[in-house]
Design a protein around this ligand. Structure first.
Ligand SMILES: N[C@@H](CCC[C@H](N)C(=O)O)C(=O)O
Length: 278
């Protein structure tokens, strides 16, 4: 048995197990991740945030001294990016004394993300470029068909506009085109509330329905802008609210950068047993 120091945090109730791997020596296996994220036998979470130095990530070609968010979904799969995760990650770095100052740089597989601490305690993230595909694709949920707008926020999303999100049954995975999304996709269902305000539920790749998805709210805001215009969006999710600000680029369907603002909490620190040897 190995004993690991872990923490647990959440952003709008999208929750994560946090593992500090200062020297890049831990690299959890898929089985480790599944165990840690298990809500009965592990710590419980929608995903795992491994906190390590960027120099420990072979595919990272930027500054190796910054902290890197190595993100894993609860099923052990790797994702390029996690919007709620990056706010929790920055909050953890500050609380552990691993980062200082108002602005924190975090390496991710989708590139560099800069997190800023706001006066009211919320965290604002420069989420980088967003690409919205004007060619829609089909998504099917429990036999019902939806037109979905594909959006890339570093990780893949399919945004479906619906009349109302509350009646949807998201216990089963939506079906999508494997040709359009060979690496899988996060599927968002969105309801219009008022200009600049939508409500969303999400079925996350590698997890299932979650209470929130930060990259999903950015994808939704970008798809909503393509449909109705407007560059400030309030996105309500079952676990709270995120605010998105879009800065369009010169080309249509391209957003040069999107800012996401929302809360982050680290609510627990402890030790957990993981099978295997160190
Ligand atoms: N919950 C996250 C997204 C996590 C990764 C996603 N499931 C994927 O596989 O791309 C967020 O807050 O963005």
């Amino acid at each position: 048995m190995r004993s690991w120091n872990v923490a647990k945090g959440h952003g709008t109730e999208n929750d994560f197990v946090i593992v500090l791997d200062r020297h890049g020596m831990m690299n959890p296996t898929q089985e480790d991740v599944r165990h840690l994220c298990d809500r009965r036998t592990g710590v419980g979470g929608d995903g795992l945030l491994r906190v390590t130095k960027a120099s420990a990530i072979p595919e990272w070609d930027g500054d190796g001294h910054i902290w890197f968010m190595d993100y894993r979904n609860a099923d052990g799969s790797v994702s390029e990016m996690c919007g709620n995760g990056v706010r929790v990650f920055a909050k953890y770095l500050v609380e552990e004394g691993l980062a200082h100052g108002a602005s924190i740089e975090v390496g991710t597989r989708a590139g560099l993300r800069v997190v800023t601490q706001e006066r009211d305690g919320q965290l604002r993230v420069d989420m980088g470029r967003v690409l919205v595909d004007s060619e829609t694709t089909r998504v099917e949920l429990n036999g019902e068909r939806f037109e979905a707008t594909p959006a890339d926020v570093g990780n893949p999303h399919a945004v479906c506009f619906v009349e109302a999100v509350a009646p949807l049954d998201l216990t089963r995975a939506p079906e999508f085109s494997g040709e359009r999304f060979p690496e899988g996709v996060n599927v968002e269902f969105v309801e219009f509330v008022a200009p600049g305000h939508v409500r969303m539920r999400v079925f996350e790749r590698g997890v299932g329905e979650t209470r929130s998805c930060g990259t999903g709210t950015v994808a939704v805001a970008a798809a909503a802008q393509a449909r109705w215009g407007g560059d400030q969006w309030r996105v309500d999710v079952p676990g709270g609210t995120l605010h998105i600000e879009l800065h369009p680029g010169a080309d249509s369907g391209r957003i040069d950068t999107a800012y996401m603002t929302g809360p982050a909490v680290v609510q627990l620190r402890g030790e957990v047993q993981v099978s295997g040897d160190d």
